[in-house]
Design a protein around this ligand. Structure first.
Ligand code: HEM
Length: 446
């Protein structure tokens, strides 16, 4: 008996020539959340090329964890390469495994204690400077705070602020260009001498030169402090006992700044958005901050007891996972969801869509931090919840992200009541991260 022919991967209808590229670029939220109607694995035409979208957490788990050696990084990362080089965010295989083991040494518990103190110091100073009773755009404010925290955790207080500013102001241009290139129907566009391609090249040059200056200066001071850069300098390859070269340090610092700065700020922006729109929840959060922190610092013990604060951030990242779309590429023909994905296929998965899927979350569009109270259903939800990715490339900075997010939200709760500015709607914009265009709130002293 001849075996049954395998069913084709369901194709999503699109426009002639362009396929679904315009829908994905213009209304990504609507496009992505509608995909499961076509199947758990769907074939989507983006201009001349076809890609697969993976729409079920079991299949995503297979791709990121079980068969991670077949599904490598993919298109988003290929487009980031001119910017991020060989850092952990982009590397693969044995080089990646070696670097990841070294970088994890920088996130050990003992190191986290001193990062927490730095986060507290920077957050306290910046949040205390908010203007009482006057509207603040939290998108810009929390991005600056996030970058300030990341650079202080990396370099204590002694990196040249002008150089850090250069790095900070070039990042948005670079990150926006990477997502645009990932979703573009053809690679030709990025080769044209357009204004945005020229801006990308100039920003890229500027950021690398600035970072070389920071690293040379840090190396020259022969430092031994508690910051992350010292931890990277001290890290040793387990097999060879060798430290990182300057090139590796450069790429890893860039990886950390690009992967850690905007993402944590974005998680905080959406958390503050929801808090400002739910006054009873804000009151509960303020009580928790007062009870747990009192006048003391948010050290690791106290942070672990800020349970509601953590649930608020967890739920904000469910509805708005900062990294809303990720890619992989099949390096060999690979079975997935009852189909065979041909070698070379680009695959996409969206934490945004998975985390709003009613198969896994009741009332998925409702903001409800208490859905994360431990109960029998928690396992089902956790499985479909992956704002930090999963598997060999899952977020290495997650412990620091939690320290920063909980500290900042609790510091705000201790000091301010956030009020939305009436008449201002808040619209998400889907760049590398999904961020509100603006988020105006008025901080009132408590
Ligand atoms: C709320 C904040 C954060 C979110 C939502 C987030 C999200 C993610 C996601 C989704 C990935 C996996 C990418 C993939 O599977 O291809 C990732 C990887 C990574 N993240 Fe984060 N991240 C956050 C904060 C941070 C911080 C604070 C740092 C560093 C200080 C960091 C450093 C990294 C690095 C280096 C990787 C690459 C890991 C590897 O490939 O081995 N992230 N992150």
């Amino acid at each position: 008996m001849t075996p049954e022919p395998e069913a084709a991967i369901p194709a999503v209808p699109g426009l002639p020539l362009l396929g679904s590229a315009p829908a994905l670029a213009r209304r990504p939220h609507a496009f992505l959340t509608a995909l499961p109607r076509h199947g758990d694995l769907t074939s989507v035409r983006l201009g001349p090329a076809r890609a697969c979208f993976v729409n079920h957490p079991d299949l995503v788990h297979r791709m990121l964890v079980t068969d991670a050696d077949v599904f490598l990084r993919g298109r988003l990362f290929e487009k980031a390469k001119p910017f991020l080089g060989e850092g952990l965010v982009l590397s693969e295989g044995p080089h990646h495994r070696r670097q990841r083991r070294m970088i994890r040494q920088a996130f050990r518990h003992g190191r986290l204690v001193s990062y927490a103190a730095t986060v507290d110091e920077v957050a306290r100073r910046r949040i205390a400077a908010w203007p009482p009773g006057r509207p603040v755009d939290l998108v810009g404010e929390l991005q600056r705070l996030g970058f300030d925290v990341a650079s202080h955790v990396l370099f204590s207080a002694d990196a040249d602020p002008r150089v850090l500013e250069t790095i900070q102001h070039t990042f948005p241009t670079l990150l926006a260009a990477i997502m645009r290139r990932t979703l573009a129907p053809t690679d030709l566009l990025e080769k044209l001498p357009t204004r945005s391609n020229r801006a990308f090249a100039a920003a890229n040059r500027e950021v690398h030169e600035a970072l070389d200056r920071v690293i040379a200066r840090q190396r020259a001071t022969g430092r031994d402090t508690d910051d992350l850069f010292s931890a990277l300098l001290a890290a040793r390859d387990e097999n060879t006992g060798r430290p990182m070269t300057d090139r590796q340090l450069h790429d890893e610092v860039l990886s950390i700044l690009s992967a850690g700065g905007e993402t944590t700020a974005t998680a905080l922006t959406w958390s503050a958005y929801f808090v400002s729109r739910h006054p009873p929840l804000q009151a509960r959060l303020q009580r928790e901050a007062d009870d747990v922190l009192g006048d003391g610092p948010p050290d690791l013990d106290r942070l672990a007891r800020l349970a509601l604060t953590r649930r608020v951030i967890t739920e904000a990242m469910r509805l708005y996972p900062p990294v809303w779309l990720l890619t992989r590429q099949a390096t060999a023909d690979a079975p997935l969801g009852g189909h065979t994905v041909p070698a070379g296929t680009n695959l996409f998965y969206s934490p945004y869509a998975l985390q709003r899927d009613e198969r896994f979350f009741d009332r998925p569009h409702v903001f409800d931090p208490d859905r994360w109270l431990p109960d029998a259903d928690e396992r089902r939800r956790r499985h479909a919840y992956l704002p930090f990715g999963r598997g060999v490339h899952g977020c290495v900075g997650e412990p620091l992200a939690w320290i920063e997010a909980i500290t900042v939200l609790a510091t705000v709760a201790r000091r301010w009541t956030l009020e939305p500015v009436p008449g201002r709607s808040v619209r998400p914009v889907f760049r590398t991260n999904v961020v509100p265009r603006r988020l105006l709130v008025t901080p009132r002293p408590r």
